[in-house]
Each structure stands twice: as C-alpha cells, then as structure tokens.
Design a protein around this ligand. Structure first.
Ligand SMILES: CC(C)(COP(=O)(O)OP(=O)(O)OC[C@H]1O[C@@H](n2cnc3c(N)ncnc32)[C@H](O)[C@@H]1OP(=O)(O)O)[C@@H](O)C(=O)NCCC(=O)NCCS
Length: 159
C-alpha cells in the first residue's frame, strides 16, 4: 500500500458538542478545554503523517479570538504544514458553530511542533511532506519562517 504524505492525507477535523462540564466560571467554554483539543487534533494529524508515536515539543502563536458558548459545536481542524528531520509543524484552527443557525465563528488558532519518536523514545526521522498545490507551499514557507524563529529562540535560551 502506498502511503500519501500530503497535508490532506493526515488532515483532522474534530467536532465536539460543548457542554456545561466544559464551562468556566463565566459560563463560557474554558480555554484549557480548547487547548486540549488543539493538542489532540495536532497529535492525531502528526501521528497519521508519521504512522509513529509523536509528542508535542512546543505550542506557539496560541490565540483565543472569541468566546465559545455552552451548546456550541467546537470544530477543530489540524493539518501538517511542514516537515523537517524529526519534527513537523501542525497548524490548528478552531471554529465555534451555532447548532441552530449553522453560523461559524473563528475562535482560536495555534501552531504546534510535534516530534516523532522511535520505540526507544528517541526522536526519529519523519516522512517528508508532499505538497499538492500552491496553498500547501505557501503554508510551508510560513512554517519555515516560524521554525527559524523557534530555533533562534531555543539557542538564545540555551546559551
Ligand atoms: C520533544 C523532545 C522529544 C525533544 O527531545 P530533544 O532531546 O530536545 O531532541 P532534539 O534536540 O534532537 O530535537 C528533536 C527535534 O525537536 C525539535 N525541538 C526540540 N525542542 C523544541 C522546541 N521547544 N520547539 C520546537 N522544536 C523543538 C528540534 O528542532 C528537533 O527537530 P528536527 O530534528 O526536525 O530539527 C523532548 O524535549 C521531550 O520528550 N519533551 C517532552 C514532550 C512531552 O512530554 N510533550 C507533552 C506530552 S505529548
């Protein structure tokens, strides 16, 4: 069986009903609930891409753009933007959908670096991503700039 390593092949869309147990003291959905689903969806997309266990090495540009109400659907979409040696970047976008009207609002987004691990738990090579269209290439170029910034920051903190 040939395994495709395009962004589309590993793309994940989670759809979840937000309930009272997900609320914070204000009655809106807790940010930690949204963050958990962001991490989970990125982990699934990365695992699908690598067909190996992955761990989250970092989360950046995490934004909460609008509140999510109890009763909304949370729609979490994750896809692999770019791959390197043992790591890859997943971009995640989150919408809240009003079940009655179908209206969707963008509520959060983040970029996650996931690292592929071998059976001993050491970082191991990830399959190179295969781009299909200009959008894939545009996202990969933006991911490369973010990676350069992350590595620079990592070097600065380690020195
Ligand atoms: C992520 C982890 C495996 C990296 O281990 P390490 O010994 O630092 O490994 P390396 O230095 O060889 O880095 C491995 C890859 O991770 C990347 N990386 C490591 N730390 C990173 C960070 N903070 N941000 C972005 N990328 C990072 C490196 O750039 C490298 O990628 P590359 O091979 O594609 O260039 C290790 O730090 C770890 O196990 N962290 C805990 C993960 C975890 O528990 N997550 C939460 C639950 S899933």
């Amino acid at each position: 069986m040939t395994i495709a390593h395009t962004p589309q092949a590993s793309r994940v869309v989670l759809t979840l009903l937000m309930q009272q147990m997900h609320a914070n003291l204000e009655g809106d959905v807790h940010g930690g609930v949204i963050l958990r689903h962001i991490d989970e969806s990125a982990g699934i997309a990365a695992h699908r891409h690598c067909r190996r266990r992955v761990v989250t090495a970092g989360v950046d540009r995490m934004t909460f753009d609008a509140p999510v109400k109890v009763g909304d659907l949370l729609v979490v979409e994750a896809q692999v933007n770019q791959t390197w040696n043992t790591s890859l970047e997943c971009g995640v976008r989150v919408w809240a959908e009003d079940l009655s009207t179908g209206e969707q609002r963008r509520v959060a987004s983040a970029f996650l670096t996931m690292v592929s691990l071998d059976v001993t738990g050491r970082p191991t090579a990830v399959p190179p991503i295969q781009f299909v269209d200009a959008d894939d290439e545009r996202r990969a170029q933006a991911a490369q700039l973010r990676r350069d910034g992350r590595l620079e920051e990592r070097r600065r903190l380690q020195s």
